[in-house]
Design a protein around this ligand. Structure first.
Ligand SMILES: [Zn+2]
Length: 154
């Protein structure tokens, strides 16, 4: 009797992250760390939308975007990204109503309108969101590398 050959399982090939994805991740990582260090330096690690205190270096201390990260124009805008707790940023999808209040208080009505209008125009197909290219992402990564070093030296 012939022993049936074991069926070879096809190995799932792990797709290597593209150079673009890596550049985006690196820029994101540095920018996020900068936002959190900025808050730590200012001794204000409260979630901007629920006011609960977060702890630096934990998953409850996040750099939350008001206008979605999908829109690169504001992905690395220091007004658009602020401390949020996990519940507000993830579970509550950014708690955008409170977030709008915060932006208005902290950066003014014009900033809030600028961000809201850009998002609305994009939603309505009036603008196409430009994406950063690899070179631009690398220079953002470097810019925030330097800003992180400055904050750490203070
Ligand atoms: Zn919160």
């Amino acid at each position: 009797m012939q022993v049936p050959k074991p069926i070879k399982k096809e190995k799932k090939k792990k797709r290597k992250a593209s150079e673009y994805t890596i550049a985006l991740q690196n820029a994101d990582a540095n920018f996020s760390l900068f936002i959190r260090l900025r808050a730590k330096t200012e001794n204000n690690l409260r979630c901007v939308t629920c006011n609960n205190l977060t702890e630096f270096g934990t998953s409850n201390c996040q750099a939350g975007h008001y206008v979605s990260r999908k829109l690169h124009k504001y992905r690395f805008d220091e007004r658009n990204v602020n401390i949020q707790c996990y519940a507000c940023n993830i579970a509550n999808y950014g708690a955008l109503i409170s977030y709008a209040d915060f932006i208005k208080r902290k950066y003014g009505k014009e900033t809030l309108e600028e961000l809201d209008n850009y998002y609305k125009d994009w939603r309505h197909g009036k603008i196409i969101a430009k994406r950063y290219n690899i070179e631009e992402l690398k220079s953002i990564e470097l810019k925030y590398d330097n800003k992180i070093k400055e904050l750490k030296n203070d």
